[in-house]
Design a protein around this ligand. Structure first.
Ligand code: UDP
Ligand code: MG
Length: 314
């Protein structure tokens, strides 16, 4: 009995890499013993001919199935759509740019068959990612794992193997804003980690630059931790204690040396400092309330325009 496994590949303006991706991927898949594969390519609203190339690929090879979004919904939505549509006994999300080496798939399947429910792929070398991205990623994981009870493993991307049990657990999570790395970690299950070297992109450019990554990190924090909301209570208590102490000091000081005219500077500093603290905390409340607002609208995480696939008799 050959097992059906699913690959989920998000594509956003990856026309340059499709050919090399398929050429390197297929021999690797064929070499994994006792398996059949379905390759779910999610076209996330590309504007560069990615869709045409994917459809051409799917027309010549029944293993490929193309899920075409009605617009760009982002990588998290693309992964969600692929995982929703996957029929395999295990599902492997993988980037289209060959930064996740397909060769690791054989090892993942081996670990899975040996009993692992999740097989993580950890990058031991991220030198292809640029110093700033590496450092900010490191700070994000460190801060996130301090603040949240859900531990997100460091240097692990979306490239991993998920057993059917894990996939079903993920599909049962109702939230619309899906920070996949966090959700993957949250569902738990028996996990094994493999190491690999992160390759440079096979072509094209990264879709995640400064501000996109910042928003992504914010999404991660607010989806999995309410600690940032709670800090302000302690800040408020500390500020109040300080104010009481300072008031006592001023009273005593006035008794001893009379009323002193100077003090505008310190007043101004105190007023603007606490003003900013209040603005930050109001902004933070806004971040959470904004997310509550989005969730309550109950909109789907993505919209499919069309599914392209040649019938494979299944
Ligand atoms: N991607 C996507 N939708 C987006 C942005 C990216 O489907 O809005 C896909 C992209 O095509 C690639 C994967 O997500 O397959 C990872 O993107 P990228 O390589 O740009 O991220 P990086 O590796 O630089 O973090
Ligand atoms: Mg990449």
């Amino acid at each position: 009995m050959r097992q059906l496994l699913s690959l989920v590949v998000p594509f956003y303006n990856e026309a340059e890499t499709i050919q090399v991706f398929a050429a390197r991927l297929l021999p690797v898949l064929e070499a994994v013993p006792d398996t059949r594969w379905e390759i779910l390519c999610v076209d996330d609203g590309s504007a560069d001919g990615t869709l045409l190339k994917l459809v051409a690929l799917a027309q010549g090879d029944a293993r490929f199935k193309v899920i075409e979004f009605s617009r760009n919904f982002g990588k998290e939505a693309a992964l969600t759509a692929g995982i929703d549509a996957a029929r395999g006994e295990a599902v492997i999300p993988i980037d289209a740019d060959l930064q996740d080496p397909p060769e690791l798939i054989a090892d993942m399947v081996r670990e899975w068959r040996a009993g692992a429910e999740v097989v993580l792929a950890r990058r031991i070398d991220r030198s292809t990612d640029g110093l700033l991205k590496r450092k900010t990623a490191e700070w994000f994981y460190r801060a996130h794992n301090k603040l949240s009870k859900t531990h997100i493993p460091e240097n692990v991307g979306d490239f991993r193997l998920l057993d059917r049990k894990v996939v079903n657990a993920l599909k049962a999570l109702p939230e619309r804003q899906r920070f996949m790395k966090g959700l993957f970690a949250w569902v738990g299950f028996r996990t094994v980690t493999l190491d690999y070297m992160r390759a440079p992109r096979a072509g094209g450019m990264t879709k995640f630059s400064g501000f996109a990554l910042w928003n992504f990190a914010l999404e991660g924090f607010t989806s999995f931790s309410t600690a940032p909301l709670k800090i302000w209570t302690y800040m408020g208590v500390a500020g109040a204690l300080f104010t009481v102490a300072y008031a006592l000091f001023i009273i005593v000081h006035t008794f001893i040396s009379g009323v002193s005219v100077p003090g505008y500077a310190s007043l101004f500093v105190a007023v603007s400092f606490f003003g900013s603290v209040q603005l930050i905390s109001v902004g933070l409340l806004g971040e959470y309330i904004g997310r509550i607002y989005v969730e309550t609208k109950q909109r789907p995480a993505y919209i499919v325009r069309q599914i392209h696939q040649v019938t494979d008799g299944a």
